[in-house]
Design a protein around this ligand. Sequence first.
Ligand code: HEC
Length: 104
Amino acid sequence: MQGLESAMGMIQKGFLRDNPAIMKLGVESLKEKLVSINSFVIEKSVMDGENFDAKQYAQKEVKNITILADKMLQDFEAGDKASARETYDKTLSQCMACHTTIRK
Ligand code: HEC
């Protein structure tokens, strides 16, 4: 998770420096680190014992965040900073939504 946090920080750096190369590094790192979400959410779901498939939810989130990250980079590289910013906010919302749902 700390990897995800620093990847988001790198993306933010890309915005602040107006530098697509930095943002690209952040997006790539984010996508790479997202893979690890699966492994550790599964354990939580076993303990939950609720009628909620945390594993499935996590997989869906990995996919969603990956799509958002790609879109953010595309928009930024195309010069549409406003749209890229909006997508950054959406990405962060996905992080927080899962924390609210799963994290104890
Ligand atoms: C599918 C669920 C899920 C998503 C999506 C998710 N997280 Fe997490 N996150 C967790 C869980 C579960 C923990 C608690 C880990 C623990 O207690 O061991 C956590 C903890 C954290 C922590 C606390 C430090 C740590 O390593 O425990 C940070 C920082 C964090 N997440 C960042 C992020 C960021 C940034 C994103 C989005 C890019 C994100 N997370 C998306 C489930 C998720």
